[in-house]
Design a protein around this ligand. Sequence first.
Ligand SMILES: CCCCCCC[C@H](O)CC(=O)SCCNC(=O)CCNC(=O)[C@H](O)C(C)(C)COP(=O)([O-])OP(=O)([O-])OC[C@H]1O[C@@H](n2cnc3c(N)ncnc32)[C@H](O)[C@@H]1OP(=O)([O-])[O-]
Ligand SMILES: NC(=O)c1ccc[n+]([C@@H]2O[C@H](COP(=O)([O-])OP(=O)(O)OC[C@H]3O[C@@H](n4cnc5c(N)ncnc54)[C@H](O)[C@@H]3O)[C@@H](O)[C@H]2O)c1
Length: 558
Amino acid sequence: MANYSVRNQVAIISLCSPPVNALSSDVRRGILDSLKKAEQDVKVAAIVICGEGRTFCVGADITEFKSEFKTFPNLFELVDILESSPKPIVAAIHGHAFGGGLEVALACHYRVALSSAKLALPEVKLGILPGAGGTQRLPRLIGIDSSMQWIAFGDEYSAQIAANIGIIDRIFPSNADILESAVQYAQSIIGKSLINRRVSKLPVKDASKVSHIMEKYKQIVGKKSRGAIAPMVCLEAIKHAALLPYVEGMKKERMGIEALMGSDQSKSLIYMFFAERQVRNWTIPGTGINSKNTKPIKVEKVAVIGLGTMGRGIVLSLLKAGIKHVSVMELNKTARENGLLFIKNILEGYAARGTISETQKRSMVDALKPVSNFEMLKDTDLVIEAVFESMSIKKDIFAKLGQVCKPSAVLATNTSALDVDEIAMVTPKPKQVVGMHFFAPAHVMKLLENVRGSKSSPQVIATAMNMGQRMGKVTVLVGNCHGFVGNRMFRHYTVETDFMLEEGAYPEQVDTVLKKFGFAMGRYQVGDLSGNDIGYRMRTKFEMTNKQQPPGAPERER
Ligand SMILES: CCCCCCC[C@H](O)CC(=O)SCCNC(=O)CCNC(=O)[C@H](O)C(C)(C)COP(=O)([O-])OP(=O)([O-])OC[C@H]1O[C@@H](n2cnc3c(N)ncnc32)[C@H](O)[C@@H]1OP(=O)([O-])[O-]
Ligand SMILES: NC(=O)c1ccc[n+]([C@@H]2O[C@H](COP(=O)([O-])OP(=O)(O)OC[C@H]3O[C@@H](n4cnc5c(N)ncnc54)[C@H](O)[C@@H]3O)[C@@H](O)[C@H]2O)c1
């Protein structure tokens, strides 16, 4: 839907499709009908397109990709209709202008934004390309080089960066009223010529360098987006903007999106997009308890026990989430020193790259509190244990935590496969215990598997889920069983690759094939990173490590 009103010679078309104003067929039809009204109304001299609620527009409605996506006006038809309007149109951007939302804005004659707004053409992350003129208009506005950077990687940019390179015409402070500011801006451009404001009519400034730029991005994309088809198709489409007239370039863009839409890669990425959002709505089967009716405990002070491979990444994730008090407890002096140094070096790296400011870095370092005994954890809200994968060591630690921690403290274990219930039983309040299973390296990997013990209280589960979201993790609630979900899946993969070694392949050969296929790391690189001892300990527990058995014997007997 789109709402229509007129204020002081300015028609306002406001997209109204909560929560994110995706461009469903109703919204596209609403924009078109409103545009016609504005064009016919002699009292209207300029038009503003804005979004109601929290955002401008996040792009095409992904849920319609299969069905209604083809109804008139399609997005690629709508953008051309908007651009050819005889009355100037101003896009008023707050929140997000993503995908088709940014393409609509590019088809408007002016773009204004709040400084807090974010812009992106992230279609490539769904395995497609911007199919409503994005690959043809953006290069005409910011050049081939920057367009390849924006479109082939799909990252988001601040309104200020977009203004610096010429996408945004005027920035307003983040606390300004975007609609009021845009209406005033629209009044200021009434009567001005639209000749240079129709982006599709502009030349591509760096068109003569297209072959050189294309080669550069092919190299980068080849390395960064291993195995993905869409980034290369994006580059090709942008190249056409340099070589062909707009109308011909649009035909190529259409061919590109039609080829990509419905590909297995796109289907999987779209599935992933919705799955990542669906897991936020967790439930405890058969109880009626869920994310909507359970509140988390307030967490301000967190402790991590063990500063090895996992502990240091978990600490970094907590610091990045803005936790101001992170106690760290590590028995081994060398491991403690190495762990703290690792954390500080990573924070230095973030600051050097501009990911965080110097002030943020200092406050993160200040938040780190090395502690040497359990007594010092007595007012901690959440403890995450990440020591060796040994039931006896973990039980020892949880027994001590149960004695010293305040009754409301959430006690979490990062065990890869041990029984969370057995660990919980050594504490006086097993309902406070939960699994929080991070993946290595914990400050990079987005997945967090929270393990629901049979006694874990709903509030404790809600706290672990909320903490995961604060850390920016895709946080999934799973049941308590050997290896939970992630490692049960991963095991089949490792068993097959191990068989390949037995058949004569080298680890680096297996890894090379996997990376070529698209994996960020090979299976054996992952083993080296995580520590091969973890898998060994798990197999030992199940008596699967009998060295007497010859190669080729069934896996269960080895
Ligand atoms: C020949 C064919 C021609 C085709 C032409 C089309 C061309 C066009 O270029 C294609 C596109 O635009 S492709 C699109 C390119 N754009 C993108 O890829 C942007 C995708 N969106 C995002 O990345 C994030 O939503 C934001 C970062 C924008 C906001 O993050 P946040 O504030 O954390 O919010 P949140 O929690 O993420 O979302 C809230 C709810 O909205 C839902 N929903 C969201 N977007 C949706 C969509 N487009 N659609 C439907 N639904 C969408 C989401 O599932 C969730 O629902 P739930 O039921 O409550 O779970
Ligand atoms: N490595 C992985 O890929 C991975 C992934 C997910 C989960 N896990 C799990 O995380 C846990 C830690 O694994 P890791 O790979 O970080 O192990 P690690 O060997 O790298 O580190 C464990 C650290 O705990 C310290 N430690 C041992 N006992 C302690 C105690 N009583 N008090 C304080 N510190 C103590 C050790 O000195 C060591 O530095 C294990 O349960 C493991 O199964 C590991």
